[in-house]
Design a protein around this ligand. Structure first.
Ligand code: 9WN
Length: 470
């Protein structure tokens, strides 16, 4: 099981003075995006509440204000569906109508599903990787360092959120894995959180886009260079898949029967394994029933088994599986480190994964500005240094690797990722992602989750209390 004690293993001595400007800047980004009870993912490009962004944001907020961190998750889970699904976006009713597409109007259909929460606010009917239990546990751990009152409040929060987290994980283990493979099925690249990754190219190529109305690329208004965002051919497919999901009435079973994009996502599944471990720790705190704990343990075990079956010995990585084509999607991306993220990997597998991470295919590439893994290996055909998840370095992906390396007992490697990430952000700002060779900040500026992971990394070297007052 994951231990809160391990988290502080890589504490390094940082002079508080040297880091204060970064702390203040990170606080400023979260403050700027604070909508009162929830945080927009970014100032202009993403004016709504995104599911996994909010989980990372809660982790960062824990170091500033425990109550506000808890509120971030509470607000998100207030829009949980009857099935247990946590929607990938909760739309901000006050966002200008032409700020994001597809927005609330486009997804309003989801509200007609008998499983949807009351609207407005509207939600999408997709979901994103389940970082939430990890975040809830992190809030409770940080509260323990703050003092008895904070810990007691955080324990109350865990009691409140536990049944919702349990329902969320049960939804993923059932609706999203009818085969009981331990692997989560996604039916849209947006659900993976790594939208235009070449992980999905093979599965998307098989999709024939039918009749569609013209649509606006509002996302392109917020960035300088269109190549930083997904291409039109990709967007056509994203919107076609949304159309099919709407046509199926957002009904999970109907989608599963007819949808052309059904993929077992190893990164999503690995995060779920780690989140189930976190949920077990939460279950212990809130004294959940033995029956529920056994179920969560079973889900985690099944997840590990499923990931094992997706292991590719030649690539030393885990591969997603295309259910429609009935074959693995053979592309080297950061998602391939899934067993590391799930934790408790076999020793030989850990060695293989670390070798891959350090190799020229990832963080050991000699031309990198910082030794941080590009989202897609530069050795892949689908690699593109500026395009979104096709190559740029993403701080949240690095946070996941850092956190996983600590749990795997790889403190030194974890410290390297943390240091390089902090250097990158201190120099280039709180961008959504970075060009791996030049280090240029790309995508959105003032991205909330970038600020959040910075706060969590800094808490590793300075106490949260000092972050609160900096
Ligand atoms: C679609 C908000 C989200 C992240 C995703 C990232 C991007 C949206 C988009 O932004 O996705 O959900 O419009 O591109 O890929 O991981 O949650 O930050």
């Amino acid at each position: 099981m994951m231990s809160s004690r391990n988290i502080s293993v890589v504490r390094t001595e940082i002079a508080l003075g040297a880091e204060v400007p970064l702390i203040a800047r990170a606080r400023h980004v979260l403050h700027l995006n604070d909508m009162g009870g929830w945080t927009r993912a970014a100032l202009s490009l993403y004016p709504h509440q995104w599911s996994w962004d909010s989980a990372f944001i809660a982790i960062g907020l824990a170091h500033l204000d425990i109550r506000r961190a808890a509120q971030e998750l509470r607000t998100l889970f207030a829009h949980q569906w009857m099935t247990g699904k946590v929607p990938h976006i909760v739309f901000n009713p006050t966002a200008p109508p032409d700020s994001y597409y597809p927005g609330a109007d486009h997804w309003a259909c989801a509200a007609s599903s008998p499983d949807a929460p009351p609207a407005p606010p509207y939600t999408s009917c997709l979901c994103q990787p389940p970082v939430h239990a990890i975040a809830a546990l992190r809030i409770w751990e940080v509260a323990g360092h703050v003092g008895e009152k904070a810990r007691a409040e955080a324990t109350d929060f865990l009691r409140e959120i536990y049944p919702r987290l349990f329902a969320w994980h049960r939804y993923l283990a059932t609706f999203r894995d009818p085969e009981r493979s331990g692997l989560v099925t996604i039916y849209h690249p947006w659900a993976s959180g790594t939208d235009n990754s070449p992980r999905w190219d093979g599965a998307l190529a098989a999709i024939e886009v039918g009749e569609m109305d013209a649509y606006p690329r509002l996302d392109l208004k917020h960035i300088d260079d269109p190549s930083e965002r997904p291409a039109s051919a990709e967007y056509d497919r994203y919107l076609w898949l949304v159309k099919l999901i709407k046509r199926a009435g957002c009904d999970e079973r109907a989608i599963y029967r007819s949808h052309p994009f059904l993929v077992k996502d190893v990164l999503f599944s690995a995060i779920l394994v780690a989140a189930n471990e976190a949920l077990l720790e939460i279950a212990e705190v809130v004294k959940a029933s033995d029956e529920e704990r056994e179920l969560v343990e079973r889900w985690a075990g099944r997840g590990r088994k499923g990931l094992e079956e997706c292991w590719d010995e030649k690539l030393n990585l885990c591969l997603d599986y295309d259910l429609r084509a009935d074959k693995p999607l053979r592309v080297r991306t950061v998602a391939g480190f899934a067993p590391l993220i799930a934790g408790q990997q076999r020793p030989e597998q850990l060695t293989a994964l670390l070798g891959e991470l350090d190799s020229v295919a990832f963080a050991g590439h000699p031309e990198l500005r910082w030794p941080l893994p590009p989202s897609t290996s530069p050795k892949e055909m689908g690699f593109h240094a500026r395009s979104y998840w096709r190559g740029p370095v993403w701080p949240v992906a690095n946070w996941l690797l850092w956190w996983s390396l600590i749990r795997a007992g790889e403190a030194e490697r974890a410290a390297q990722i943390r240091r390089a990430s902090l250097d990158q952000i201190a120099e280039e700002g709180f961008a959504e992602y970075f060009e791996p060779f030049s280090g240029e900040p790309l995508g959105s500026g003032e991205q909330s989750w970038t600020a959040a992971v910075v706060l969590d990394w800094l808490a590793d070297g300075v106490r949260s209390a000092e972050i609160r007052t900096a």
